[in-house]
Design a protein around this ligand. Structure first.
Ligand code: NDP
Length: 467
């Protein structure tokens, strides 16, 4: 079901960080491309803001992404703000009633614990028919709470109207995986354990905490990145061939992969965790994580996490898939890397060895590279690596713009379905338990390094900027 009818986008938590930094700029990036789209933005938060101040917030975000003045004026003219304690049923009812007759999309840009409570209040009030809900991660704090929240949401509106946001699914290069995999004959026969030896899915950031201790210190890299974004990417990487870009088809195929995903050797202690100590990122001095403002060192929050999983099905059994993400690393590797097995026989007479080819998909900035082995330019019998790279233009919109486009259209292609949200917790639960029980040591790495030694094989492209 898609719709391009006029929509009221009600943002709960309109004074918060997500709204300012990602949601409104995302909406701007959408309206920059689709200038005629009819959206009325209503912001609600307990912050004291006037319509004018909220309008200025929208204008600032739109100008930041280059929306033309005419479109910006049009959206700002109808944008409204309502100060409200969203846990107050009367205020909530008033807010919903004031949203008018357009299709309603309620975006929960709220702390997750508040979002759960607001949903309980909405249940009592009731929602206009067809109301869509946009929910931010984390979806619950474990499998049981995710299931309970899903049930609660499904009592409020049908699953078809629930949009769980994982903005990685709106990243053009992640979506591009589908085109790359299924529009290229050359890749189809090799996309399996017979040809692919191992896979790394990494999101290594060359940024430290950047003032986000309030959220991050309670989450850590495993919950923040692996449990959500990287498992979604894995699902698209490993899924069976898709017949159409119908939302249900994609959700079914992703869930199939997640159901088959297990920890490598069922061992949660193969997972690794570490946190950064003082160091340098470029010229910037970075303090130790434990000395960052707002961090509670007793929490033992990891800033780098790694775990190996296996998709146990006919296509992938036996292939280790490393998921890894961390902060304050020397190089930003945001990549999906597939290492192919070496050829069965290398003609004798060559100097050097034929290591397997490597396919590197850079998520940011977007590029697809093949590292091949071929005759060197100097001595033709000497083998060397050559990189063939196709750079990918960024999407027309930000990832949030893409997510909002689908949500406003009522198209669930980029939404995380209820079962997937629960499965992601199920996969990481033993690792979280092992971390909590201190069965996995909390290692250290200096900010600006490649992380602790020995986590990745020496030939990993994640350890090398010049692969
Ligand atoms: P913030 O705390 O910055 O914003 C939440 C807003 O909701 C605040 O303005 C807060 O007001 C307001 N609020 C809280 N309780 C109420 C209430 N009872 N009534 C009215 N307003 C209320 O959080 P974020 O914007 O960072 O995050 C929002 C969601 O987005 C979370 O689920 C987060 O996990 C997710 N997310 C955030 C990202 C980010 O980069 N920020 C990235 C990806 C996901 P007050 O400040 O007074 O408490």
């Amino acid at each position: 079901m898609t719709s391009t009818k006029p929509v009221t986008l009600l943002v709960l938590g309109a004074g918060g960080d997500l709204t300012k930094r990602l949601l409104l700029p995302g909406l701007g990036s959408l309206l920059k491309v689709e200038t005629g789209r009819q959206v009325t933005v209503v912001g609600a938060d307990r912050a004291e803001l006037t319509d004018k101040a909220f309008g200025a917030l929208v204008r600032g975000a739109f100008e930041g992404v280059g929306v033309n003045k005419r479109t910006t004026d049009r959206i700002v003219r109808t944008a409204r703000y309502q100060q409200a304690d969203l846990l107050d049923p009367a205020a909530l009812a008033d807010l919903i009633a004031g949203c008018g007759d357009d299709e309603l999309v309620i975006y929960f840009a709220l702390p997750p614990s508040i979002a759960v409570k607001v949903c309980a209040e909405l249940q009592k009030i009731g929602l206009p028919k067809g109301t869509r809900l946009g929910l931010e991660k984390p979806f619950g704090t474990d499998e049981a709470s995710a299931r309970a929240f899903n049930k609660q949401l499904q009592r409020l509106v049908p699953e078809e109207q629930i949009f769980r946001v994982d903005h990685f699914l709106g990243v053009a290069t992640v979506l591009n995986l589908i085109g790359l995999r299924f529009a290229n004959r050359i890749l189809q026969p090799i996309w399996n354990a017979e040809h692919i030896e191992r896979v790394e899915i990494a999101y290594d950031e060359d940024l430290a905490l950047e003032g986000r201790a309030g959220y991050y210190d309670g989450a850590g890299a495993l919950r923040d990145m692996l449990q959500s974004h990287l498992l979604q990417v894995l699902a698209i990487f490993a899924m069976e061939p898709i017949a159409s870009l119908e939302p249900q088809e994609l959700a079914d195929l992703k869930a199939q992969v997640l159901r088959a995903t297990h920890l490598w050797e069922d061992d949660p202690t193969q997972a690794k965790r570490a946190r950064y100590t003082a160091g340098k990122l470029g010229r910037r001095k970075i303090p130790s994580y434990v000395d960052e403002q707002g961090v509670d060192p007793k929490r033992k929050t990891e800033t780098l996490a790694q775990m190996t999983v296996e998709v146990r099905n006919n296509r992938w059994t036996g292939v280790p898939i490393v998921l890894r993400s961390g902060k304050a690393l020397g190089q930003a590797h945001k990549q999906i890397v597939a290492y192919l097995r070496p050829v069965a026989h290398l003609p004798s007479g060559f100097i050097g060895e034929a290591t397997g080819d490597v396919l590197i998909i850079d998520v940011k900035p977007g590029a697809v590279s093949f590292r091949l082995t071929m005759n060197a330019e100097g001595d033709p019998l000497d083998l060397e690596h050559k990189l063939l790279t196709a750079e990918l233009a960024d999407g027309q919109m930000t990832a949030y713009g893409e997510v909002l486009r689908h949500m406003l259209d009522g198209n669930q292609l980029l939404s995380v379905r209820a079962d997937a949200a629960e499965l992601c917790w199920h996969i990481v639960a033993p690792v979280l338990a092992a971390f909590e029980a201190n069965k996995v040591p909390l290692e250290e790495y200096p900010a600006g390094s490649t992380g602790p030694d020995g986590w990745l094989p020496k030939d990993s492209v994640l350890l090398d900027s010049a692969y």
